[in-house]
Write a protein that binds this ligand. Sequence first.
Ligand SMILES: [Zn+2]
Length: 364
Amino acid sequence: MTGSDRHAWAEPGAFAVAEGVFRIPLPLPTDGLRAVNVYALAHDDGLALIDAGWALDVSQRVLVDSLATIGYELGDITRFLVTHAHRDHYTQAHAIRRELADAGRVDLPRIAVGWDERDSIRSIADRAENPSDARAYPQVALLRRAGDPWAADALESIDPEGLRAPDWADPDDWLRHGDRVVVGTRSLEVIATPGHTRGHVVFADDENGLLFAGDHVLPHITPSIGYEEVLAPSPLGSYLQSLDLVRSRPDAHLLPAHGPAGTAVHSRVDELLDHHSARLDASVAAVAAGAQTAREVAQRLRWTRRETPLGELDGFNQMMAVLETWAHLVVLVERGVLQAHSEGGVERFSIPTAAIGSQQVDRT
Ligand SMILES: [Zn+2]
């Protein structure tokens, strides 16, 4: 696959992926992800949008142009169903609604997101409202524990510019596992899939064999784990359970938030499970070879499809890599494969002595 084919999905437009369902890629300022897909579901009174995009002028312009190609405008949006509270999915819902309100509309679209996102949403809103507090990102403490004071310092020095409190207002509706959302003739089941974020949800349209998967299942890449405002105790543990949950449901066509639509969900979930199981094995091997902190383990692993060493990633991606490695180490502790202890505020991982003993016995 050439580079341009690989990114063809990010070209702007409104692409029919099922009867009355359109995939609309909206641009992102970050090179890595290129675009976020929002899905427009047509019904008698207008459109429901699954995910909303990042609140940026360019994103809204592309949305307006794309909706125009299928005969709609922003005022036709009746609701936003948001898979999780990352800014490339959530913030534009509030921005569009404010704009419609300013234009004098009374019937404003409702915004819904998973109940377990509320701590993160409120913490970000707080930080955006009080930038002078210079309250550190919650990940700063975790990065120090992970043995990465460099990334922690870098993160602490980031100016929270671009965070606008009104984009981080609460939604109108909090979605819970098992809720049913009726959109026209479709009935979407809300499935809680914590992992990528604590309150991530996917929307299953079983009758039509569709899964609006947000970032839970992506066709080309693995979703980041461990990067959210208020972190779960074991983000990867949650994520793996959520993959099992989706795997146990009927197979469907994948409608992801990043990447092309149409892959079979089950086969992609199997690949993701294999990927993490290989990463867990590699993490144990790194600890056995002497790495102790999450940072040190991340240095022994290779990153991205190109097998890049940690030190060659940019600062942001190094931080993501260390957080993700920490999440793998936590799962290994939960499984009893590794043990952890804290030393000077830094978490150090090792092979439990009992396990070393039994390995020695096995060898003799
Ligand atoms: Zn995303």
